[in-house]
Design a protein around this ligand. Structure first.
Ligand code: ARG
Length: 587
């Protein structure tokens, strides 16, 4: 299972062997730079650098390396060209063998590279508030990282760090008690409505808190009651939390992400651990009292006035905040859960917070050197006006509305392109295309960049979009259907048949799948996989235009081409799956 070594890596290893035989020791360790090339299948430019370093004639040096190069089973040719690079031509039977081997493997030959435990902190909406586009980004990116790391062999623990605790609940609960507001007896279908109402009450309670000193006092007492575990107060809190969670689950269902109720480990979970965190930090000297608050300072983190900016563990009124919770969560994840890697998929604007939290945890010994903590930061979602995405009146745009809009647009596009779909199939397809489009547009953008939320562009059939890739996948399926061939029982390949350039390009592109996945598991940037899949789809299109498949000149050529179609389809499907997109056989 897994582990088909890419031909480029095999060639790289062969070249290094040859270099070790032909060159002085230190020069032999320089990267030969094996890359795809238009002139041959692969090109190696690294020898030029070496020749320069050694002060010798580059062509002569290259010839010397070639004399030691073992072509057996891989290379059909290798020639020195230009000032001294190598043009490498792969043997057709090696290319075809590679494709057949990948198709025959359930992991498409992708090796298992990871074996640790990773906790991914993502989605993290706040109870009693609307989920906004920032939470959408976190949910989508986190979902894709969870899927990709799991595929790579990692044990992934998903944590939805819900904002379900804090002083704001005092206000809201007090408000609900005083108004005697009935909100929990909604029919299930009105769930969205109930969250908007909760959201509205949340805002009303804040307004009251700010304008009415007596209410503010009662709300503060309510916080104390909540923290002390007063049963009536807790009961209200639980209802609010479960109502919000039901709404979040609806969004997750609509989005088709992995998150479930079990993954919800909100801020409240860490409440019982906060006092210990503070005590340990104070006793170890990592934190100190400053103006009544318990703070951690960093020499290199200073404000504009030159004063050091503290990470506040405990406020002067004795309350714990966001930072204390994050430290407790971190300690729990490395200590109790034994995580080797922590990922926090959170807005880039929280970079300083995480820098301070990680540094504090290192000093406290809760983040050992062999455990990595990464703020997987993402940029802001903008409206078409280029400003942070809000409604005209400045309100947060409701996620459900956005998703519905994307599905509406997708329905139009799919309806025009696939006229044979019946109403039910159209509806199902519109949903998976529309949601896929939103996810893909998010993932395909460089993670830290801001992007404009534009549903028309997202569902476009042209360009680097989810729909384009879904159609490319469906096209491979349709060819196989017409050929009445699905390779599920037997893989037919004729390795002695020569290949034309478009076939070679496609096979080599397919051979790069593992590299694309590994880029994601090491940089946490799903757009790298998107770019790969887009290039694969384009390479497939070029192949399809140049190489008739069903009407291939000979039966053996046809079989080989069908093999490439099948592997392209599987690779697109697997890749889209890692991004959280569905790839139906027919669109
Ligand atoms: N709930 C927070 C927000 O909406 C994000 C939480 C991020 N995760 C964390 N461990 N701090 O801004």
């Amino acid at each position: 299972m897994g582990s088909v070594v890419p031909l480029a890596s095999v060639v790289d290893a062969r070249l290094k062997d040859a270099m070790r035989q032909a060159l002085p020791a230190d020069a032999a360790e320089i990267d030969p730079q094996v890359r795809r090339s238009d002139r041959a299948d692969l090109q190696a430019n690294g020898l030029l650098t070496i020749a320069k370093k050694l002060g010798v004639n580059p062509r002569e040096l290259a010839e010397k390396v070639v004399a030691h190069l073992d072509p057996e089973g891989v290379l059909a040719g290798c020639e020195v060209s230009g000032p001294g690079f190598l043009n490498l031509t792969l043997a057709a039977d090696a290319l075809l063998g590679q494709a057949a081997e990948r198709l025959g493997d359930e992991r498409l030959g992708v090796p298992v590279t990871d074996s640790g435990i990773t906790v991914i902190d993502y989605s993290q909406p706040n109870i009693a508030k609307e989920m906004h586009v920032g939470h959408l980004r976190s949910t989508i990116i986190g979902d894709s990282l969870a899927r990709t790391l799991t595929f790579a062999g990692e044990e992934v623990i998903r944590h939805n760090h819900l904002g379900d605790w804090g002083t704001q609940f005092g206000m809201l609960i007090q408000y609900l008690i005083e108004r005697g507001t009935e909100w929990q007896d909604n029919a299930a279908g009105e769930m969205e409505g109930s969250l908007s109402r909760l959201n509205q009450w949340y805002r009303d309670s804040r307004r009251e808190f700010e304008s009415d000193a007596e209410f503010a006092e009662r709300a503060r007492n309510r916080v104390v009651a909540l923290q002390a575990g007063d049963p009536e107060t807790l009961e209200h809190w639980r209802e609010i939390v479960s109502e919000s969670k039901r709404y979040f689950s609806e969004v997750y269902d609509k989005l088709g992400v992995l998150l479930t109720d079990e993954d919800a480990v909100g801020e409240s979970f860490y409440n019982p651990l906060l006092a210990d965190v503070a005590r340990d930090l104070e006793e170890s000297g990592v934190a100190e009292i400053s103006e009544g608050a318990l703070c951690v300072f960093f020499d290199d983190i200073v404000g504009q006035n030159g004063e050091r900016i503290p990470l506040i563990i405990r406020k002067s009124d004795g309350g714990f905040g966001y930072a204390a919770t994050d430290l407790a969560a971190l300690r729990y994840r490395t200590g109790t859960l034994g995580a080797d890697r922590l990922l926090y998929v959170v807005d880039a604007r929280q970079a300083l917070h995480f820098r301070m939290v990680f540094e504090t945890a290192r000093r406290a010994g809760w983040l050992p050197d062999d455990v990595t903590a990464n703020h997987v930061a993402f940029g802001t979602v903008l409206g078409k006006d280029g400003r942070p995405f809000k409604t005209r009146s400045g309100e947060t745009i409701r996620l459900m509305d956005l998703l519905d809009e994307a599905v509406d647009r997708a329905r139009v596009v799919v309806g025009e392109k696939s006229r044979r779909l019946g109403p039910e199939a159209l509806e199902a397809t519109a949903a998976l295309v529309g949601i896929g489009a939103v996810k893909y547009a998010d993932l395909a953008t460089g993670r830290t960049r801001d992007y404009v939320f534009d549903t028309d562009r997202m569902v476009s059939l042209n360009g680097n979009t989810g729909v384009y890739l879904q159609y490319a996948h469906a096209r491979t399926r349709s060819i196989l259907r017409k050929a009445a061939s699905d390779f599920s029982t037997e893989i037919k390949v004729h390795r002695h048949v020569p290949l034309v350039p478009a076939e070679r390009s496609l096979t080599l592109k397919l051979d790069e799948f593992d590299a694309a996945i590994q880029e994601v598991t090491t940089t946490y940037e799903p757009h790298r996989l998107c770019s790969y899949l887009f290039e694969l789809a384009q390479t497939f299109t070029a192949f399809f235009e140049n190489c008739p498949v069903l009407k291939a000149p000979e039966a053996e050529v046809r079989d080989n081409r069908l093999l490439l179609c099948a592997l392209t389809g599987e690779t697109l499907k697997t890749g889209l799956g890692l991004l959280g997109l569905e790839a139906p056989d027919q669109l």
